[in-house]
Design a protein around this ligand. Structure first.
Ligand code: FAD
Ligand code: NAD
Length: 470
């Protein structure tokens, strides 16, 4: 006979959506349980996404600096050596510590954690199957679905986890590939491509669209592609992978483009063509929850409630960008709505960052979007080569671009390619959140010498009064 327990809130999934929602729910006095099928908490973000990828991006960037740029600063260390095992061990330690912290955080907030695979068994009941205990049936007034996403598969390109791999394996390789092929020129392809390129791999990105990183503002994107090519990335755009076959230590890969078909040989092939909502084991049909038949996303209203009252969904499961901070923001808002508060997410002010070097960070509308919506607009740009701090650091590639409304000057979008863009974008998100104008940023005093002076100068140049623009 299955055990039965009752809570105020059941959260399925402990990623940045689920665990953040759990803490907020506990703060609001809801008796909460979080169910996670993996041994470690933190979801894709902490275990095989944001955190391990950034740990490797940082390590590989240090290697790159030591190898190519220390001498510019008068530091001569000879040829640095890479110890891939040590790099991976460090990355694993960072992941382990952060996931352990999530457990402490939940326990500290008196949130019950259940290890097992959860499945909806009705409108307020969840069944949990675990390897090491008997099945459990639990009920609650509210259920929050936060099971995230999984990689898309490409027919003819079956991942074997050794030679044909997903991002998960690309984060744990035991040696530097000689020639890494990457299918997909999006976030994962460009970030993980950067890691292995810096460590010495030849990297070829195969992208079916005419451009890599197609969602970026066009002007930023063109500069980005030029810089990445200069770093050594090879791009095959407008090209599809028809098939890939492992042959000993190589992956024989057939590419198809308008010029015909060609076979390339890689020692590893990373498939990174996007992700889809992970709803397979969730039993959505048992509760009658509606999904988008095209994308598989769970459909929700502005409070993140599904078509079934009391069942909410957040994060990668729902439409919108698949980003950790979007999942967390939705988790907080959903729980606040359940508790009778006014939680909401401002989808116009969600930053996105590609953590290559230079970094690319954006918020709001691109110039192409503003144009297609027929909104009158002004633009201000400023290159990092004009910022003293960027010159001190020797990082002068890139620029800031501000798009503001042609009549009201309200900021519509900010796009930055350059050093520390990921951190600089926070000020721009706040500006959009507060409905600021470009003049507000222009008249805000920025510390000197900082990278964010380039942002102030770009804001000044919207009204043609940049001090340093030539
Ligand atoms: P997830 O983090 O996917 O968590 C879902 C959890 O639910 C998982 O732990 C899973 O095991 C569990 N689960 C699933 N099904 C069940 C079930 N039936 N029962 C119990 N538990 C279940 N985003 C950023 O914002 N910045 C980045 O730098 C970034 N880098 C990334 C790098 C990579 C390589 C990848 C793959 C993704 C990256 N992302 C990044 C995206 C980010 O990881 C996701 O947007 C985010 O993790 C989504 O959070 P979530 O809570 O919706 O789901
Ligand atoms: P993505 O959507 O960023 O990029 C996928 C790319 O693959 C696109 O350019 C697409 O045109 C291309 N593509 C699709 N099918 C193809 C095919 N058959 N052949 C060749 N190219 C093909 O997806 P991703 O890079 O897999 O990342 C998944 C998600 O994870 C992202 O959408 C993002 O939300 C998240 N992520 C975020 C970060 C970050 O915030 N820094 C980092 C990594 C991942």
């Amino acid at each position: 006979m299955a055990e039965k327990k009752k809570y105020d809130l059941i959260i399925i999934g402990s990623g940045p959506g689920g665990y953040v929602a759990a803490v907020r729910a506990a703060q609001l006095g809801l008796q909460t349980v979080c169910i996670e099928k993996e041994p470690r908490l933190g979801g894709v973000c902490l275990n095989k996404g944001c955190i391990p990828s950034k740990a490797l991006l940082d390590s590989s960037e240090y290697y790159h600096l030591a190898r190519y740029h220390f001498a510019d600063h008068g530091i001569n260390i000879g040829m640095p050596e890479i110890d891939v095992a040590a790099m991976m061990e460090r990355k694993d330690k960072v992941v382990y510590e952060l996931t352990a912290n999530v457990r402490k955080l939940l326990e500290g907030n008196k949130i019950e954690i259940i290890r097992g695979t959860a499945c909806l068994a009705g409108n307020n009941t969840v069944e949990v199957a675990a390897d090491d205990s008997k099945p459990m049936s639990i009920t609650a007034d509210n259920i929050l679905l936060a099971t995230g996403s999984e990689p898309f598969e490409v027919p003819g390109l079956e991942c074997d986890g050794k030679r044909i791999i997903t991002s998960t394996e690309a984060l744990s390789l035991d040696s530097v590939p000689e020639h890494l092929g990457i299918v997909g020129g999006g976030y994962i392809g460009l970030e993980l491509g950067s890691v292995w390129l810096r460590l010495g791999s030849k990297v070829t990105v195969i992208e079916m669209m005419p451009k890599i990183a197609a969602t970026l503002d066009g002007q930023i994107r063109r500069t980005f592609e030029r810089i990445l090519r200069k770093q050594g990335f090879e791009f095959r755009t407008d090209t599809k992978v028809a098939s890939a076959k492992v042959n000993g230590e190589n992956v024989e890969t057939v590419l198809e483009s308008k010029d015909g078909s060609e076979t390339m040989s890689f020692d590893r092939l990373l498939v990174a063509v996007g992700r889809r909502p992970l709803t397979r084991e969730l039993g959505l049909e048992n509760a009658g929850i509606k999904t988008d038949p095209r994308t598989g996303h769970i459909l929700v209203d502005e409070s993140n409630c599904t078509n079934i009252p009391g069942i909410y969904a957040i994060g990668d499961l729902t439409p919108g960008p698949m980003l950790a901070h979007k999942a967390s923001a939705e988790g907080i808002a959903a729980v606040e709505c359940m508790a009778g508060h006014h939680g909401e997410v401002n989808y116009d002010a969600i930053p996105s960052v590609v953590y290559t070097w230079p970094e690319v960070a954006s918020v709001g509308l691109t110039e192409e979007q503003v144009k297609s919506q027929g909104v009158p607009y002004c633009i201000g740009t400023f290159p990092f080569s004009g910022a003293g701090r960027a010159r001190c650091m020797g990082e002068t590639d890139g620029f800031v671009k501000i798009i503001s409304h042609g009549k009201t000057d309200r900021i519509l979008g900010v796009h930055i390619i350059g050093p520390r863009a990921a951190d600089m974008i926070a000020e721009c998100v706040l500006a959009i959140e507060f409905g600021a104008s470009s003049e507000d940023i222009a008249r805000t005093i920025h510390g000197h010498p900082t990278f964010s002076e380039a942002l102030q100068e770009a804001a000044m140049s919207v009204r043609q009064c940049s001090i340093y623009a030539s």
